[in-house]
Design a protein around this ligand. Structure first.
Ligand code: ARG
Length: 268
């Protein structure tokens, strides 16, 4: 299988040629195949740089935001009889957009950590994953333990828990970036030595981009899983979302969505 070149990654993962590889804010896409919409729209905030959770993909010549978070969000919208609208932005902007009511809910592989719980409310968690360290394949043997990352330059997404993990590594030089695609480019061009990200995301990039590998070093982080964020106090919406998540769990749909999105993330 031919892997993507770095330029292709840039184009595929951040969207179209015109927007290129820079940060994009409030890129909008409508997902309207839930059938029973009655004029009501529910707006999802996400950071679509995170395959297989949410990412850009050309589908029939059109740039779409896909991934298993998006599939779950479609189900949430369908259960509410609403049309789903997806707003793409940098990860660090999500909680503010939620609090100000510009988006109704957030799904972005988001860990419901204690600091965020002060700002917004979360659903039950719907999936769990471990952390991983991504390096250039040629350097894989250098990074067998977390100690070996001491003093290294590490790229992380700004505002993510990975940024917090990186801060616990003595002497680490941390580069915070808005989009994970940009971190991958920095790794590729030797501007950072390593990056920390969720394992499914790491696997997806390593499969798609030449010259990257997952190191043996494993960050020690007690994972709470991922949850859907809503504006603080919006109990009605959390209850509604939890109902949909319960249904999807019972129907074993979440594992199915994860498997499908993982295939989609590595397909042409
Ligand atoms: N789970 C991590 C966090 O909550 C990273 C999430 C990044 N998500 C994204 N769509 N880029 O901080």
């Amino acid at each position: 299988m031919k892997k993507w070149g770095i330029l292709t990654v840039c184009l595929m993962l951040t969207g179209s040629l015109l927007t290129g590889c820079g940060n994009q804010n409030n890129d909008q896409a409508s997902v309207s195949d839930n059938g029973k919409a009655d004029g009501k729209t529910i707006v999802l905030g996400t950071s679509a740089d995170f395959p297989p959770y949410e990412f850009h993909k050309m589908v029939n010549g059109k740039d779409e935001i896909v991934g298993f978070d998006i599939e779950i969000a479609k189900q949430i919208a369908a259960d509410m009889g609403a049309t789903l609208e997806v707003k793409d932005m940098d990860f660090k902007a999500l909680l503010g957009e939620l609090s100000s009511g510009r988006v109704d809910f957030v799904m972005a592989g988001m860990t419901p950590d204690e600091n965020r719980k002060k700002e917004v409310d979360f659903s039950n968690s719907y999936y769990r994953a471990q952390q991983a360290v991504v390096v250039r394949a040629a350097d894989k043997d250098k990074y067998k333990t977390m100690q070996s990352l001491e003093g290294a330059s590490i790229g992380v997404q700004t505002g993510s828990i990975q940024e917090e993990i990186a801060k616990t590594i003595p002497g680490a030089k941390i580069t915070g970036l808005g989009k994970i695609n940009d971190i991958i480019m920095q790794l590729d061009s030797n501007r950072v030595d390593a990056s920390i990200m969720e394992k499914p995301v790491a696997e997806s990039f390593v499969k798609n981009v030449n010259g990257l590998a997952i190191a043996d070093a494993v960050p020690d982080y007690k994972e709470d899983g991922y949850a859907v964020g809503v504006k603080k106090g919006n109990k009605e919406l959390v209850d509604q979302i939890n109902k949909t998540l319960d249904r999807l769990n019972k129907e074993k749909k979440i594992d199915q969505f994860v498997a499908e999105a993982s295939d989609l993330a590595v397909s042409k």
